[in-house]
Design a protein around this ligand. Sequence first.
Ligand code: NDP
Length: 317
Amino acid sequence: MSDMTVQEMQAARVLDGVAVAAEIKAEAGLEVAALKAQGIQPGLAVVLVGDLAASGIYVRSKRKTCAELGIYSELLTPDESVTTEEMLALIAGLNARDEIDGILIQLPLPRHVDTRRLLEAVLPEKDVDGFHPVNAGRLQTGRPALAPCTPAGILEILRRSEIEVHGKYAVVVGRSNIVGKPAAVMLVNASATVTVCHRFTPDLARYTREADILVVAVGRPELITPEMVKPGAVLIDVGINRITDAAEVERLFPGDAARAEGFQKRGSTVVGDIAPEAFRLASAYTPVPGGVGALTIAMLMQNTVTAAKLRRGLVMG
Ligand code: NDP
């Protein structure tokens, strides 16, 4: 544990995901321009099944960013009733098309389709979400080509903020294949010592209190309270939780005029998994919104450019 008292600590540094995402997107845009000069335009196909409102918002935002960077994008919208076999045929078609470098299947899919089979049907070299077992295996063995966007964004914001990972003790709460597990692997690859916690970890605080870097990807507001944080730690909050109760917003963010105004406008606000009070103990933290979430799309763009290059042998796999 640190000897620092709260009084001795400097104000926590906010790790601005929006600013870092803008940097990454600008770099990806330059790479797209360089590829275009060679007659190559990276292309992303997005498959959105049914009409889940939240998924629609994510997809629009992904396509808008493609347009900004000069990446070709195509939206496929099979009906909610689509079968696994029909989806497999659709994916095979995209796998075969040369102008498509990345294939993104927006999750969640309807329960009647076999999500795992579909994700495994995407060609690994077009798997810009980094979910295919081949890409998971490459990550595991330290040969990352296309890595999952959210954890890749976490490592990227740490790197660009010059936060040392090498030799640090990192605790990851959450072990999903999309966030927690790959985040832990990436931190190990970056030479952190890593503990992964989940629903069945007894006495979670015992681990989180020791963490130099605490990554929380669960989906439960206030799972991490100030007592569970080591003063001076770096806090990475991946959780996205929508709060619709005005009293709850006032309790969590007393006197926060910007929050209150946003809530008034939209009728909800988004919070992470770490109690806002705990951020005050940190040396640095990612806010919600405006932290990790902002990076995910930027990393998707980066992966699409990387996929375009990989397929043409312009970078090493
Ligand atoms: P999952 O539901 O797939 O995984 C949640 C994980 O949290 C599981 O491993 C689960 O453990 C663990 N967990 C649940 N309750 C507890 C608990 N009480 N103590 C410790 N661990 C617990 O979610 P995702 O990984 O997909 O997403 C996690 C959060 O991150 C969500 O809020 C999601 O919205 C957000 N997210 C944000 C993204 C971004 O761009 N910022 C992108 C993706 C997700 P177990 O395995 O034992 O059940």
